[in-house]
Write a protein that binds this ligand. Structure first.
Ligand code: ADP
Length: 400
């Protein structure tokens, strides 16, 4: 089956055309600056593999989707001769609230529920709905599937997702921990169980998805039992530009001192904090590592605070699961930054995790066991592939 995978962000649209039988990628690309001037689409030619770029204004996601269709159908660079070759579309949808604990085929009722969750993800869900709408118009009758970032975490027990605030806020507004990056945590934990060669029901895995946004999940018996992001993706670890968890009373204090309103405080926490805010240098770990090599003390502080935060969350999840078989690293930092992995893993020698320094420092962007052969607890780099996971779910639902 040929599955078109669509991932709409507030100003972006990423796509891949994947063969769900062979898992080959026929086409992929990224539309940027949707709704802003100077739009631009970067894509790979499906015929030559050549990197191409198209400058085109995209006032909304509908225009961007139409441009993607034109690229897919292009006689020189396209992947298909007719849209009829595309069997189904899989959409990444950020927030499924408490409605969805797995992927679903999209119908009017599903669209209404995704709308109902828009309050919970105001930047993302409306963009996802625009993608679904554009698709329905240009490819009527083609089945569409929604794959939610939150769905995998719906297995968390109540004691893990509830916040210690009046229960009425949960009842009235569904304020609770939801967790994100679920597609990635699910994909990597399944792969980890395969690697361990055990039924997933008998495994305890901690997945560290460390990218621009970062979250860690405790996966017990194949189910998410706790995760570090919360009601929003601002919670948990220090991230590229996000603060992660802080004492909420700090907000009032800063608001008073700097005369900031709630929106301005949230912008500060989302965009000006984290590794960027601490280092004053960059949100990108490549720059942080380079800064440390040049003796930049604040780059070192940002690195140390990020890794220390990860150590504490992993430690708490080992306690939560009463054990761990594997600590897996994925996403931009997790797959590529061996220094971050080494700094985190050195604190787990107490559970018998021994790092193979040589393999670790040579591992970038590929699957590898970075613990030693006789390490009691294993550690692996497992590259994530959210698009493939979306294509697999879509094919499964359409074939049913
Ligand atoms: P997202 O921003 O969508 O979460 P990624 O998972 O691709 O995206 O993560 C991007 C981040 O990964 C970058 O900001 C950077 O910090 C980190 N990164 C990417 N490549 C490297 C590398 N070679 N070495 C260190 N860090 C890297």
């Amino acid at each position: 089956m040929k599955i078109l995978v669509i991932n709409c962000g507030s100003t972006t649209l990423k796509y891949q055309l994947i063969d769900s039988d062979t898992e080959a990628v026929y086409a992929k690309g990224l539309c940027e600056r949707i709704g802003i001037a100077d739009g631009d689409i970067k894509y790979d030619s499906s015929k030559t593999g050549e990197k191409k770029e198209l400058k085109i204004d995209m006032p909304d996601h509908g225009v961007a989707f139409k441009a993607v269709i034109d690229i897919l159908l292009d006689p020189e660079d396209g992947a298909v001769k007719s849209l009829e070759e595309i069997d189904a579309v899989g959409h990444r949808v950020v927030h499924g609230g408490e409605y969805f604990n797995s992927s679903v085929l999209i119908d009017d009722e599903v669209i209404e529920k995704i709308k109902a969750c828009s309050d919970l993800a105001p930047l993302h869900n409306p963009a996802n709905l625009l993608g679904i709408d554009a698709c329905s118009k240009l490819m009527p009758g083609v089945p569409q599937c929604a794959v939610f970032d939150t769905a995998f975490h719906q297995t968390m027990p109540e004691k893990a997702y509830i916040y210690g605030i009046p229960f009425s806020y949960y009842e009235k507004y569904k304020i609770r921990k939801y967790g994100f990056h679920g597609t990635s945590h699910s994909y990597v934990s399944k792969k980890a169980a395969e690697i361990l060669g055990k039924p997933i029901e008998d495994t305890k895995i901690i997945v560290c998805h460390l990218g621009g946004g970062a979250s860690i999940t405790a996966v017990d018996g194949g189910k998410s039992v706790d995760t570090s992001m919360g009601f929003t993706p601002l919670d948990g670890l220090i991230m590229g530009t996000r603060s992660g968890s802080i004492d909420p009373a700090v907000l009032q204090y800063i608001a008073d001192k700097e005369s900031l309103n709630v929106d301005e405080l949230l912008t500060m926490l989302n965009k000006k904090s984290g590794v960027q805010g601490l280092s004053g240098l960059s949100s990108d770990f490549r720059d942080i590592d380079a800064g440390i090599a040049e003796g930049n003390a604040r780059a070192k502080l940002a690195f140390d605070a990020f890794c220390y935060g990860a150590v504490k969350i992993i430690g708490s999840y080992i306690a939560a699961m009463n054990g761990v078989d594997m600590i897996a690293f994925t996403a931009g930092i997790g797959e590529n930054d061996s220094k971050v992995r080494a700094a985190i893993l050195k604190n787990f020698s107490y559970i018998g995790l021994e790092v193979d320094e040589e393999v670790n420092s040579a591992t970038h962007g590929k699957e590898a066991m970075i613990s030693t052969a006789d390490s009691k607890v294993k550690s692996y780099v497992i590259p994530t592939n959210e698009e493939l996971a979306i294509a697999r779910d879509t094919a499964r639902l359409v074939e049913k």
